[in-house]
Design a protein around this ligand. Structure first.
Ligand code: NAD
Length: 496
């Protein structure tokens, strides 16, 4: 059994806290590690070290910071298999899926390598007599990130590479469930030559988060997690005077139009609904076929596919879907299936009672398909975050759009159609942050930015991409007069 340490000022430090959290292998249910729930003193020490280290880093020419990012990028690519193994071990997702997550995180590091170009600023010559104006984006100082369990490597990488490339020092508080991927990245970043104190990792729960939210030397907070906590982090962090971006939960709908390629739509629903056991904020959890005939055909295609899902541990190469993250979460998902059945939804494939020889204590739930789900049912309203796909039948495109608009979440959505008019109307009108047209999981590439609308995001800033440069820097605009010899008396009117 391993013990996770904090990473403070370039060193791994054992915590003195008597509060600990356990780390489990979700495929077997056995405890594999222990994680400290750090004390306020330990977190304050990390912030103080980061604050001391940041000015030199922020003053380094951006091209020199970029060179360290390039080395980090190389090390990540050289060690991607090991990084993926850390993820699968603690999270349970398959090796291929973990590799995909790593690749999407590494993309952000690639983007961060171009930081000199992104920090170039603006310059206007002769805005007045011998007067020039230039606008510059400067780092904030020390910033922090708080991340969820479901992408233990990628979501932290949505944050720290851009924050650090912009010249900030970063404190990461990863999920208690699967911290090892980020600890491995810390080692690689150090090997790449990152100065001590610029990337720090502290472990903990609510108390650590509160300490970061209230700390006067932390200037900005990036949060990704469930909506109630996102809202809490946003409110407490902004009250403490910080810049906060807080991305929350989701319930993503996919409309299937009568003219869609139904085989493509069914395949897309399988991957987007059951990949990573449905534990993705961009998972499709609601299929909305338009018209009874579309719905009947779609459900007939999906039923045998869901029944045939290959469920197992991450280290079995034939596994398509792994376990859920914890026993508690497994019980929560099973409870939702009970609720859906009681509420009168048609249980087409029942994932309860799934068992795998040799893995009886793993947190597995079988793929589950509900048809004729109604808007007032908890399986429709709540984010289940498990392998449960609900079919809500609608009779027209307008009704399907209204359904999406009636939901509190608005992270991602998709439409499958061959009709350009319907696709364009959907893209124009749907009130959701990320939209796929015949693309089930439209997670933007690293040189765009990621973010939902409504209860899926608080703070208005997208994460990574160009919006990250704005989030992790502040604008300074300087107006200069050279030469100084321009003759002017005292001027009492506003400069024009
Ligand atoms: P979570 O909200 O339970 O935890 C997220 C982080 O908040 C963790 O670091 C955790 O330690 C901390 N935390 C937990 N309870 C807290 C409290 N009471 N006060 C302060 N901090 C607290 O989320 P999770 O279960 O780890 O992750 C799953 C959730 O994350 C899902 O809702 C999913 O949709 C969401 N998510 C959203 C996105 C997105 O981009 N919108 C991406 C990934 C995951």
């Amino acid at each position: 059994m391993y013990e996770i340490k904090n990473a403070i000022n370039g060193k791994l430090v054992s915590s003195n806290s008597d509060r600990k959290s356990q780390i489990f292998n979700p495929a077997t249910g056995e405890q594999i590690g222990i994680l400290p729930l750090s004390t306020d003193d330990e977190i304050n020490a990390a912030v103080a070290n980061a604050k001391a280290a940041q000015p030199a880093w922020g003053n380094l020419p951006p091209a020199k910071r970029a060179r360290i990012m390039f080395k980090f990028l190389q090390l990540l690519n050289d060690n991607i298999d090991e990084l993926a193994r850390h993820i699968s071990n603690e999270h349970g997702k398959t090796h291929e899926d973990a590799l995909g997550e790593c690749a999407r995180g590494i993309e952000v590091v690639e983007f961060a390598c171009g930081i000199p170009q992104m920090l170039k600023g603006e310059f206007s010559r002769n805005v007045g007599p011998a007067i020039d104006t230039f606008a510059d984006r400067q780092p904030l100082g020390v910033v922090a990130g708080i991340t969820p369990f479901n992408f233990p490597s990628m979501v932290p990488m949505w944050m720290y590479p851009m924050a650090i490339a912009c010249g900030n020092a970063f404190i990461l508080k990863p999920s208690e469930r699967d911290p090892s991927a980020s600890m491995f990245c810390f080692e690689l970043f150090k090997q790449a030559g990152l100065p001590d104190g610029i990337f720090n990792i502290v472990h903990g729960d609510k108390s650590a988060v509160d300490c970061l939210l209230d700390h006067p030397d932390i200037k900005a907070i990036s949060f990704v997690g469930s909506t109630p906590i996102a809202q809490y982090v946003y409110e407490r962090g902004t009250k403490a005077g910080k810049r906060v971006q807080a991305l929350g939960g989701a319930k993503n709908h996919m409309i299937i139009m009568p003219d869609a390629d139904l085989d493509a739509a069914a395949n897309a629903l399988m991957g987007a609904g059951f990949g990573s056991a449905g534990e993705r904020c961009m998972a499709i959890s609601v299929a909305v076929p338009v018209g009874e005939e579309t719905a009947n055909k779609l459900v007939a295609k999906l039923k045998p596919m869901v029944e045939a899902l290959k469920i197992g541990p991450a280290n079995d190469e034939t596994t398509e879907m792994g376990p859920l993250i914890t026993k508690m979460h497994q019980e929560k998902v099973l409870n939702y299936i009970d609720q859906g059945e009681k509420a009168g939804a048609e249980l087409v494939v029942d994932g309860r009672g799934f068992a795998l020889q040799g893995y009886e204590n793993g947190y597995f739930v079988g793929g589950t398909l509900f048809d004729n789900v109604k808007e007032d049912m908890s399986i429709y309203r709540d984010e289940i975050f498990g392998p449960v796909l609900s079919v809500v039948r609608k009779n027209s495109f307008e009704d399907a759009l209204d359904l999406i608009h009636g939901h509190e979440y608005a992270n991602g959505t998709a439409i499958f159609t061959r009709d350009g008019d319907a696709a364009r109307a959907f893209a124009d009108r749907v009130e959701v942050g990320m939209v796929g047209i015949n693309v089930p999981i439209p997670v933007p590439v690293a040189y765009h930015s990621f973010g939902g609308w409504k209860s899926s995001s608080f703070g208005g800033h997208g994460i990574y991409g160009p919006e990250a440069v704005h989030f992790y820097t502040r604008l300074k605009t300087i107006t200069t007069r050279w030469p100084t010899g321009v003759k002017e008396g005292a001027v009492f009117t506003f400069p024009s």
